[in-house]
Design a protein around this ligand. Structure first.
Ligand code: MRU
Length: 344
């Protein structure tokens, strides 16, 4: 399986997701500024992978920070990384985790602080892979055998440190002996489905069919799709789910056609400080992502464009939320709180 992000010789190495599937190129970030740019430019993307990158970015920042001005420098590092993308809460979760450790180590020798922050970032990465495998184990029983599963965007190994959340559920279903195939929405405008999900599943030998986003309703109506599984960027206390733009339409179409709609996400994607999806900040991205495809202009020059990168699916369309600690069902205020409070 692809190595999405690694710590090698004091640098962060990530596969460049803007160039997949045509080129497998690795980018090396030696400074926290380079990690921040990689997150902003979507060289690395997907909520859990962004979290891992941010943790490693903080660790790089600690290696760069002068001893005399360590605390002030680390505040700048954390603010810079936190300013990269607003929606995926895993980014802020990872930065907070690193900040807490930094605060707990205050007064210790600088060499020790740096080493412990690097260790913690590596732990965030390893834990993320284990968490995805647990999500897969918990979700696999929900995937109907012998049917097609639909997914939107890329919630796979590329969106995590490895294995994936939604794609982790499919991988675990296949590993448990289920015969499934996957329909991948292409996911305009950034094409995470066409470029990344299709590539990942093909690499794994999991049968995958690529469809354009506007075909999802047709296939959900056909009776062929047994379930939808998607990832999430932030889940509010009431179970509203922010995920890649277009997820909401798929969820409504799934409900209309009595197809279960599942969300697979780690506990670090829960934001119980937010009561409902209304308060989730939605990233607005550049118009060029809509007017151009792979650098080629497809719309009239000067046309007005909207490009929200995420939408919010109201909890009433979500059949269940699959986490590493178990499967939550409505009422989500209660079930998500229980999972959050449950010991790992
Ligand atoms: O803009 P992206 O590519 O970072 O958006 C990714 C998604 O919306 C994923 O579905 C989500 O982060 C879950 S990834 C396990």
């Amino acid at each position: 399986m692809v190595e999405t992000i690694q710590w090698t010789d004091g640098a962060v190495v990530m596969i460049d997701q803007t160039r997949l599937p045509l080129e497998e190129v690795f980018v090396t970030c030696r400074t926290y500024e380079e990690v921040a740019a990689a997150i902003r430019d979507m060289i690395i993307r997907g909520a859990p992978a962004i979290g891992v990158a941010a943790a490693m970015g903080v660790a790089l920042g600690a290696l760069q920070a002068p001893e005399a001005d360590f605390d002030r420098h680390m505040a700048v590092v954390c603010d810079t990384l936190a300013g990269t993308r607003p929606t995926a809460v895993n980014l802020f979760w990872a930065i907070d985790r690193m900040k807490r450790l930094c605060a707990a180590l205050r007064g210790r020798p600088i060499g020790e602080i740096r080493a412990r922050l690097v260790e913690e970032a590596l732990l965030v990465r390893v834990e993320d892979i284990e968490i995805c495998r647990a999500i897969g184990r918990n979700g696999a029983p929900l995937v109907p055998d012998g049917k097609t599963a639909l997914t939107h965007c890329n919630a796979g190994a590329l969106a995590t440190a490895g294995y994936g959340t939604a794609l982790g559920v499919f991988r675990a279903a296949v590993e448990s002996g289920k015969r499934i195939d996957v329909f991948a929405d292409e996911t305009r405008p950034f094409l995470q489905g066409a470029r990344l999900t299709a590539w990942e599943l093909q690499q794994d030998g999991i049968p995958c069919t690529l469809i354009t986003d506007n075909m999802a309703g047709h296939f959900l109506h056909s009776g062929r799709i047994g379930c939808v599984v998607v990832g999430a960027d932030r889940i509010a206390a009431n179970g509203d789910v922010a995920n890649k733009i277009g997820t909401y339409s798929v969820a409504v179409l799934a409900r209309e056609n009595n197809v279960p709609f599942y969300v697979a996400a780690p506990i670090s994607t829960l934001d119980l400080t937010i009561a409902s999806g209304e308060a989730i900040p939605i990233e607005q991205r550049a118009a060029a992502e809509v007017t151009h495809i792979q650098g080629r202009q497809i719309a009239p020059t000067g046309i007005c464009v909207q490009n929200p990168a995420f939408d919010v699916t109201p909890a009433r369309y979500v059949s269940a939320i699959i986490t590493e600690r178990g499967v939550a069902r409505a009422p989500y205020e209660q079930s998500l709180r229980e999972l959050m409070d449950r010991a790992c």
